[in-house]
Design a protein around this ligand. Structure first.
Ligand code: GLC
Length: 556
């Protein structure tokens, strides 16, 4: 197998809005990212993925783009972007941008034209349909509540929006749309960026005839995901994208792919497939523990370790030698890993954050670290609905509590505290000064109250911090083909306390053992003397006894 730079790389995700404010407006910006590059460099990562920084009305925090070739004024301008890109490259850091082309903003000039008349040249850039008996064209429910269809008075037709009303879906059937997408990708690649993270890219091919979705529970709107994920033409579109654009540059690509299965991913990322380099799979972060599918992800049941192991191991095994995995616990859409899968109490936060990091970073694939994860940042634990800003959380509250009355206020608040995307979006905790050094102004989203205990300045002073532990894991990967390329063998899948696996490569073996509980557990994994402890989150090694959240890695 020919080695690719992105197989050995570690990516750091920056959510610019919440990273560092430089002009006191309470919103993070590009000059702020520029100022913090040395911190990112110090962590030892290779690549930065920036969430959308394009011009946008911000209905969905930049995932509704009104101009793909311009910078959101709150974040800066093109001069500052160019400076950031140059400085990152000078430091040996690559920059990957978010590509959001399943939909645009309704303020994009294509959509403004499209909605004017049925004969407008841009009409067919979007998905327009007649209604049925005064109702929407089909029963699909939008991700942010309500129908996926919005009636437009001007032409008396409905347009499709899988997400918010302000995010109309592009019509990928139209070759002109695809041409335009290739063009805007080239615009950024020619500037010298190093790749793209592609937003819900497996949703771009909609089913022929746009039929109703199955709706066994007779909900007001049916779950749209099975209808639009991994559609019939998505592989053709991605091959075309690769052929026309990506293959001309030495860049990386990762597609966000809700509900894709490992078989799909082998197709998308297969070494000879000519599509993408890797996908963001969802199985391990959307484990369903709620019996009522109408509540979807809104549940606060603890994650069962066997299910988590099954999901991660299935992807490890299925893609080995056939495709390439991404490895992540966190991003801007997920609650904080240490709160969801570990233990964010003062007693166990540091230990469990390190344990989670080890468990993931010793797997095969390209690891992604989401800002603050390297500090063990926790969920926000908001108690008032007014503290939330996220459109998904607010719309879910509106739909589930106000409209359908499925659950009451208190239960929903508990769910939000566990699952809301805002848990990941609270500002970065740099130090213990006012607003954690994030801004001199009023932060756009409240800070997590624990920033005086958990912050970068403190961790940089402490050799035992989560930060330095991540740095160590990154160094290990950079210096080990076994960690990068080794195969993966899960041990004892039924064990609901310990996550253990082996990696093997060219006669060497790595053994990874993690205790996911807050108690001592005894397991006989360690044998022989021809072994070296590579990393551990405790100072000493008690052999078969694993202390709370203990995690260790041996090289044989
Ligand atoms: C992706 C993004 C999410 C956004 C959605 C619609 O899932 O990660 O933040 O809301 O797509 O663009």
């Amino acid at each position: 197998m020919k080695e690719k730079w992105w197989q050995k790389a570690v990516v750091y995700q920056v959510y610019p809005r919440s990273f560092q404010d430089s002009d006191s407006d309470g919103i993070g910006d590009l000059a702020g990212v520029l100022q913090r590059l040395p911190y990112i460099k110090k962590l030892g990562v290779d690549v930065i993925w920036l969430n959308p920084i394009y011009k946008s009305p911000d209905k969905d925090n930049g995932y509704d783009i009104s101009n793909y070739r311009d910078i959101q004024p709150k974040f800066g301008n093109m001069q500052i972007f160019d400076k950031l890109l140059n400085e990152a490259h000078r430091l040996g850091l690559k920059i990957v941008m978010d590509l959001v082309v399943n939909h645009t903003s309704d303020q994009h000039k294509w959509f403004k034209e499209s909605r004017k008349s049925t004969s407008n040249p841009y009409r067919d850039f979007y998905v327009w349909r007649d209604g049925h008996d005064g109702k929407a064209p089909n029963n699909w429910g939008s991700y942010f509540g309500g129908s996926t269809w919005k009636y437009d008075e001007a032409t008396k037709q409905y347009y499709l929006h899988l997400f918010a009303e302000g995010q109309p879906d592009l019509n990928w059937e139209n070759p002109e749309v695809r041409e335009q997408v290739w063009e805007l990708m080239r615009f950024w690649l020619d500037k010298g960026i190093d790749g793209f993270r592609m937003d819900v890219i497996n949703f771009i091919s909609k089913p022929e005839g746009l039929p109703d979705a199955p709706n066994p529970k007779n909900a007001e709107y049916a779950d749209v995901e099975p209808m639009v994920a991994d559609g019939a033409k998505v592989n053709d579109y991605l091959k075309e994208m690769n052929d026309r654009v990506l293959s001309k540059y030495d860049v990386m690509s990762v597609g966000e792919m809700p509900s894709s299965k490992p078989e799909d991913a082998v197709q998308y990322t297969g070494l000879n497939a000519g599509e993408l380099n890797m996908v963001f799979q969802f199985d391990h972060v959307t484990l369903a523990f709620n019996d009522d599918p109408r509540l979807g992800k809104w549940n606060d049941k603890p994650v069962k370790l066997v299910a988590l192991k099954e999901a991660l191991s299935r992807w490890q095994q299925a893609l080995d030698g056939k495709g390439w995995n991404s490895l992540y616990w966190n991003n801007h859409d997920r609650a904080r890993a240490v709160s969801r899968f570990g233990n964010d109490s003062p007693q166990f936060r540091v230990k469990s954050a390190k344990m989670l990091a080890t468990t993931l970073h010793m797997m095969q694939g390209t690891p992604y670290i989401y800002q603050g994860e390297e500090l063990g940042m926790t969920n926000a634990h908001f108690t008032d609905l007014k503290q939330y800003q996220d459109i998904e959380s607010l719309e879910a509250y509106h739909q589930i509590v106000d409209k359908e009355g499925l659950i009451g206020h208190d239960t929903m608040m508990r769910y939000l505290a566990t699952e809301s995307r805002d848990n990941a979006r609270t500002p970065m905790q740099w130090d213990d000064s006012k607003n954690a050094g994030f801004t001199d102004g009023k932060p756009w989203l409240e800070l997590n109250k624990n920033y005086r205990e958990i912050n970068a300045a403190k961790e940089l002073r402490d050799k035992d911090s989560v930060f330095y532990f991540y740095k160590h894991l990154i160094d290990l990967r950079h210096n080990s083909d076994l960690i990068v390329y080794g195969n993966y063998i899960e041990l004892d899948p039924e064990d609901d306390e310990i996550f253990a696996y082996k990696r093997q490569y060219e006669g060497k073996t790595l053994l990874v053992i993690s205790n996911f509980t807050s108690k001592d557990v005894v397991r006989e994994y360690v044998s022989g003397t021809d072994r070296k402890l590579v990393i551990s989150n405790y100072d000493d090694d008690l052999g078969s006894k694993l202390r709370p959240y203990e995690s260790k890695v041996y090289l044989y």
